[in-house]
Design a protein around this ligand. Structure first.
Ligand code: PMV
Length: 321
């Protein structure tokens, strides 16, 4: 295509879901079973450069300075195949990505990773750069990436087909000043991928359908809590939705358990903070790490409590970004 750059760089940030995406209705198209809603963070950016490589016979992927191999390289090449198909191009690419978030540890590295890749690849291959089109494209790399196209809060509409499944921004009251204290209790990669765990949960967990149903109400309540700026309500809804998601996995056959003893210690510390009058609520993804939602003015207090509970953890403080 004439008139577009063939070398493009994009930066994206991870997002943490307050209403979770868990379970697909279409694995090929990455259509989720439920709507979800997230906060994009102002930390852990991924920077990805995509350069077309005329004449090359395969894609080359460099990940944090090292050639990518295995599953990571395969997923990126499959994503580029989709981009090429849409662009009517056969040109291979060189992809150079710098990720500052631990990969595969339930810290949303795939969200920032595929959002940055979608934006850079769309530019390099001359595809539609509208945010909604980019959100749909990023979704095909990793569902949660659809939300990282946007800053602050975003809702991903499950939709029923490729066109209708995309994220868009959600307004929150100006007075809401949230922060997430991220406790990395274990930065290693997870044992069960979110893809495998989702499939098993949908196929075997008797708790999946009830959770999916209650998640609809959670989303309605969450949107109201965000627009009225009620941080306690935001936290309560996020916590029940996340713990409910983990309950669906615990009831899968065989069970998928991402929580570790250190995660539970942090959960206990958060309960104690609440008893002490601090608004602090947990959310967890496909890994043992815990994210504590609180007021920005309480982050020092919350971080101290988390460090006390899990002395071996690394603690990061994020705002909406
Ligand atoms: O898109 P994936 O495969 O990274 O799945 C993300 C799933 C959760 O992080 C657990 C929930 C979510 O909505 O981000």
């Amino acid at each position: 295509v004439a008139g577009h750059a063939t070398d493009a760089t994009a930066i994206a940030h991870p997002n943490i879901a307050l209403i979770k995406y868990w379970g697909k209705s279409d694995e090929r198209l990455f259509l989720p079973r439920t709507d979800s809603l997230s906060m994009t963070l102002d930390i852990f950016p991924t920077t990805t450069r995509v350069r077309l490589a005329p004449g090359a016979d395969q894609d080359a992927v460099v990940f944090n300075g090292e050639p990518a191999t295995g599953e990571a390289a395969r997923r990126i090449a499959a994503f580029l195949d989709l981009v090429r198909e849409r662009a009517g191009s056969v040109e291979r690419a060189v992809v150079d990505t710098e990720n500052t978030v631990p990969t595969g540890a339930g810290l949303a590295s795939s969200a920032s990773g595929f959002a940055a890749l979608a934006v850079a690849a769309a530019a390099a291959y001359g595809l539609d750069g509208e945010p909604r089109a980019l959100s749909r494209l990023a979704r095909r790399g990793s569902g949660s990436a659809s939300r990282s196209i946007f800053g602050d809060f975003a809702v991903w509409h499950a939709g029923t087909d490729d066109l209708s499944s995309y994220a868009e921004p959600v307004d929150a009251a100006a007075g809401l000043d949230p922060a997430l204290v991220v406790a990395v209790v274990n930065a290693g990669p997870k044992e069960v991928s979110s893809r495998t765990a989702m499939r098993r949960t949908v196929d075997t967990s008797p708790l999946f359908e009830p959770w999916a149903l209650s998640s609809k109400d959670d989303l309605v309540d969450m949107r109201a809590a965000l627009s009225s700026g009620d941080l306690d309500a935001v936290g309560e809804i996020a916590e029940r939705n996340a713990l409910g998601m983990h309950a669906t996995m615990l009831a899968a056959r065989p069970a998928v358990r991402y929580m570790s003893p250190a995660s539970l210690t942090v959960l206990d510390a958060v309960l104690q903070l609440r008893r002490d009058g601090i608004a602090a609520y947990v959310t967890m993804d496909a890994g043992p790490n815990v994210k504590v939602l609180c007021r920005r003015t309480d982050t020092d207090r919350v971080a101290t409590a988390v460090r006390g509970a899990a002395p071996d953890s690394a603690v990061h403080i994020a705002g909406p970004g």
